[in-house]
Design a protein around this ligand. Structure first.
Ligand SMILES: [Zn+2]
Length: 132
């Protein structure tokens, strides 16, 4: 019984989100009623309760909303960063910033998303956005 309900959940927005990531694309549900996006993907808009959602491909740009350095011994991979990123399109997601020292990440830093594919299990991290 439990397994069946898990399969059901996996066939929903989680799966669609993963399928986009596997194509190296960051996409989130956008509500057709209130025009807001949300993270983590759900079948119902958390802002207004509408089921009328469409998938929108995002720019991947965002900025640091909050940042925490997790201390770890060098032999275990060294310090890393956990942050909340506000995407340009509005939603906020938990992630980490790579490409600079964990303790150098600052609130307001501009970021760009990068999709990491671990044997088909994709997740999103961010690196500093290089201004042109
Ligand atoms: Zn809505």
């Amino acid at each position: 019984m439990t397994e069946t309900s898990t399969q059901h959940k996996n066939a929903g927005p989680d799966l669609t989100y993963q399928q986009y990531l596997q194509k190296d694309t960051l996409a989130l549900p956008k509500c057709i009623e209130c025009s807001k996006l949300h993270f983590y993907p759900r079948i119902v808009c958390p802002h207004c309760g509408s089921f009328n959602l469409e998938w929108k491909i995002l720019s991947g740009k965002g900025e640091v909303y909050s940042t925490t350095t997790i201390r770890r011994k060098p032999e275990r991979g060294g310090n890393y960063n956990v942050c909340l990123v506000t995407l340009d399109e509005g939603p906020r997601m938990m992630s980490r910033v790579d490409g600079i020292a964990a303790e150098d990440v600052e609130i307001g830093d501009k970021l760009i998303a990068r999709i990491i594919n671990n044997d088909g299990d994709c997740h999103v991290i961010f690196t500093p956005l290089q201004e042109v």
